[in-house]
Design a protein around this ligand. Structure first.
Ligand SMILES: C[S@@+](CC[C@H](N)C(=O)[O-])C[C@H]1O[C@@H](n2cnc3c(N)ncnc32)[C@H](O)[C@@H]1O
Length: 337
């Protein structure tokens, strides 16, 4: 089929290895998100999942297990070539052929940032063993330049849940519990990645206007969400049936249309962050700390109060306190000797 090309999109109905060689220049992609075929006879997946395949688009191209290692080496080499230095890649994989993906990655310059576990619902249910309900997401980067990671894109570091736990910490733990979308009666691709998962990956590791590549488009979910978040998308799908059924929908997505649904983080930066300390401030800090301690406050509680009062982060307060204590001890020593 003809490709879909718009100012935000370049979607091709062809093999990703030769396609990338033809269409994507070296080091031109900011982020790769991809979910390769699993090499487990994907055409049979519905037998495990017990689901109605009536609305699933036919035509998933599977890779034979005997070719999986070699195939993984080939496409991951291409991924390394197209990724810019400092760019990141999320590769979604089941357990069966994970070793092949890891082996291929180890033969590139790409380095690991995180191994994320994505826990989903509708796991593979069997009577005689545990339910299989997670995928691996390998989060890698190409060294050589600054990596994009928007630490507070979803939750400010000061935002707490009702028990005082940090929402930012919880969102950045490496186990992600995100449900698959249940779309009864809607056309879908086998193993379509949920929007929530893709939004999270894209928000943290790319900026608006960046180019996001998916070498195995399937239902084009990566491209749909990337454009919805005002990124540009490029990708390949080998199956004509899948491409014909799904690519056009993506070309109709309004760039940035998903941004309005994204949570706005509450980011409060300490007012005096980055400013150097005056002698008067240091002395005042020492006195206030001593007073708070004499009132029975624990060290952590006292530091928290001082963070507010001095408009500084915890490390700045700690360092300034420790430095003042050291210089006081030094003056006492100088006085004695
Ligand atoms: C696991 S699915 C991707 C699902 C996709 N992430 C989604 O959310 O819909 C893998 C896709 O890769 C396609 N595929 C297999 N071999 C390919 C190749 N050499 N080049 C491009 N696409 C390929 C399959 O047809 C299948 O649609």
């Amino acid at each position: 089929m003809e490709p879909f090309i718009t100012p935000y999109l370049s979607l091709y109905n062809e093999d990703c290895i030769t396609g990338a060689q033809r269409c994507i220049p070296d080091e031109s992609v900011d982020l790769i998100i991809t979910d390769p075929p699993y090499g487990i006879e994907g055409g049979q997946l519905h037998r495990h999942y017990h689901r109605n395949e009536g609305f699933v688009v036919d035509g998933y191209v599977e890779i034979d297990r005997s070719e999986y290692l070699d195939f993984s080496h080939q496409w991951i080499k291409e991924a390394e070539r197209i990724l810019r230095p400092g760019g990141s890649a999320y590769i979604v994989s089941g357990y069966t052929n994970l070793y092949a993906i890891l082996d291929a990655l180890r033969h590139t310059s790409l380095t690991e940032i995180n191994h994320i576990i994505w826990k989903y619902n509708f796991g593979v249910y069997t009577k005689t063993k545990f339910v299989s309900s997670h995928y691996h997401i390998l989060f890698y980067t190409k060294p050589g330049d600054d990596r994009t990671f928007h630490q507070e894109c979803r939750f400010g570091t000061g935002e707490k849940d009702e028990w005082g736990g940090s929402l930012n910490y919880q969102d950045r733990e490496d186990v992600w519990i995100i449900n698959r979308e249940y779309k009864p009666g809607q056309v879908k691709n086998k193993n379509e990645l949920p929007t929530e998962l893709l939004v999270k990956m894209i928000q943290y590791a790319s900026s608006e206007g960046d180019l996001v590549a998916d070498l195995f488009l399937g239902g084009c979910s990566t491209a749909r969400v990337a454009v919805g978040l005002c990124r540009r998308a490029i990708g390949f799908e080998m199956s004509e049936a899948t491409f014909a059924a799904r690519a056009r929908n993506v070309s109709e997505v309004i760039p940035g249309s998903l941004l309005a649904d994204c949570r706005i983080p509450c980011i409060t930066k300490p007012n005096n962050q980055g400013k150097s300390w005056t002698k008067e401030e240091r002395d005042r800090l020492q006195m206030r700390f001593a007073t708070l301690r004499s009132q029975g406050k624990k060290i952590g509680e006292a530091e928290k109060i001082l963070m507010e009062e001095f408009g500084r982060g915890r490390f700045a307060i700690k360092n300034a306190r420790e430095q003042s204590e050291k210089s006081n001890q030094q003056s006492l020593y100088d006085y004695d000797t």
